[in-house]
Design a binder for this molecule. Structure first.
Ligand SMILES: [Zn+2]
Length: 449
């Protein structure tokens, strides 16, 4: 009796644990917050903006592309430069905003859409709905590269040696509504998981626009990026969020990129007013053209670039590279094991360390002149674990949190079923045993012959 009561308690505990996992996942998927209040937000932890809607007159909007005009401009570009570009977005998985606008990306490369052992850079415009200069300037940039490929050395260098991804507008809803946040009035540059306030790091609680960027960064292996803003002339790089900074930004896209995507992101404020007159756009483009091209080209022309291989198989592995004294590592790609580390030129770096779980790390020192340095690593497997790691990466598994949640829920369910079956088995066994016992104790029946 005591055993079956103990089993019953255990099953109840398991049931409680299994159900405790469900509500958060269900709430996240339905888009309602668990507190029960439905304010139209996609998560209860979203950081709302406190500021009022700024006044943007129709006169100010005149000359700027509307969202549908921008969509046409993107596709016109795609058909004008099909050999060196690809236009992408996804109707089903992500890239849809709250108001169901599609966010279109232009990829520029001599092999668009193909994986190569080359660095990738992304430009993101219009993060804040009321800062529309970026979306216009980025279309200028794409068109300039298309017109000058094989004519201008900088354009040719960029097209042939890297993959440039351009998202002209991250926040078309905010642009249409003429305000900073998205349609839920959430500042997208405060919606990313934060290094200091890790209260809510679940991707499902983010705004759809933020989710799109997070999935994109996981998928594309970017080396560096820049997001375009307006309202000041500033270039900012990690960290935005610090414990002692005067104007810190928490939940910003820049720091999230650096920590979780190994992607060095710049925040560029490119116009001194948030919404200048459209007539000023060509001048702003001219002022920013060379710096934008040079930022992108610096990815190819400086830093350390190379690939990481496994010594036993000779195959590329997605290890990581760390520089002693710099608290961040870059990951090599899954396909080619290539890594690209931006570093200040004219410096001596004592230890460049390549590592991967299951392999013995290797370190070397370099002197970085003005030009980029090429540096490959061949790592020896660390016993049997090395083989395991290789196999795991061959199946292309992604061990992110979502998958762990699903696996955990399945594991509990599996254990529950196993214990129910075990209980039945024990009960059945006890019954059979007692029957056998009664049979043995009964007087022997006469055997017929
Ligand atoms: Zn901004």
């Amino acid at each position: 009796m005591a055993i079956s009561r103990l089993l019953l308690h255990f099953i109840l505990l398991l049931l409680l644990r299994a159900f405790a996992l469900l509500p958060t996942q269900a709430a996240a998927r339905s888009g309602h917050n668990p507190s029960g209040t439905d304010d139209g937000n996609h998560g209860s932890f979203s950081r709302n903006l406190l500021e009022d809607k700024p006044r943007i007159t129709e006169e100010m909007v005149h000359g700027y592309m509307s969202n549908s005009e921008l969509e046409i401009a993107v596709h016109t570009f795609g058909s004008r430069c099909p050999n060196i570009s690809r236009i992408y977005s996804s109707k089903f998985v992500y890239w849809r905003t709250v108001l169901l606008f599609l966010q279109w990306v232009i990829e520029i490369s001599d092999k668009p859409g193909k994986k190569e052992a080359e660095p990738a850079f992304k430009f993101i415009g219009n993060v804040h709905g009321d800062e529309p200069v970026g979306r216009e300037i980025l279309m200028h940039l794409a068109n300039w590269l298309c017109d000058n490929y094989l004519k201008d050395p900088l354009a040719t260098l960029i097209v042939e040696n890297m993959h440039l991804h351009i998202l002209p507008t991250m926040n078309p809803d905010g642009f249409a509504l003429r305000w900073r946040g998205n349609a839920n009035n959430v500042d997208l540059n405060r919606d990313f998981p934060d290094q200091f306030f890790s209260v809510n790091n679940d991707i499902n609680y983010r705004q759809p626009e933020t989710r799109a960027i997070m999935n994109w960064v996981k998928q594309e292996h970017f080396t560096a990026s820049a997001s375009l803003h307006g309202g000041a002339l500033v270039a900012n790089y990690p960290w935005d969020g610090t414990r002692d900074k005067r104007y810190p930004i928490y939940g910003g896209m820049q720091d999230w990129n650096y920590i979780h995507g190994g992607c060095f992101e710049l925040t560029l404020e490119i116009s001194d007013t948030k919404w200048p007159k459209a007539a000023e756009l060509p001048v702003i483009w001219e002022h920013n053209r060379m710096s934008m091209l040079k930022i992108v080209a610096s990815l190819i022309k400086s830093g350390i670039h190379g690939r990481i291989f496994a010594a036993n198989t000779g195959r590329p592995i997605p290890g990581s590279v760390m520089i002693k004294g710099i608290d961040s590592k870059v990951r090599a790609s899954n396909t080619y094991g290539d890594y690209h580390r931006m570093l200040a030129p004219g410096e001596k770096y004592e230890a460049v360390v390549a590592s991967m779980e299951g392999f013995r790390p290797k370190a070397t020192h370099i002197v970085l002149e003005q030009e980029a340095v090429s540096l490959d690593f061949i790592l020896d497997p660390d016993g049997a674990d090395g083989q395991m790691e290789l196999l795991r990466n061959d199946c292309g598994c992604r061990c992110d949190n979502e998958l762990f949640h699903v696996l955990e829920a399945h594991l509990w369910l599996y254990l529950l079923v196993m214990f129910v079956l075990l209980t039945f088995y024990l009960l059945f066994k006890r019954r059979t045993a007692s029957r056998l016992l009664t049979y043995r104790h009964s007087p022997r029946r006469p055997i017929a012959v």
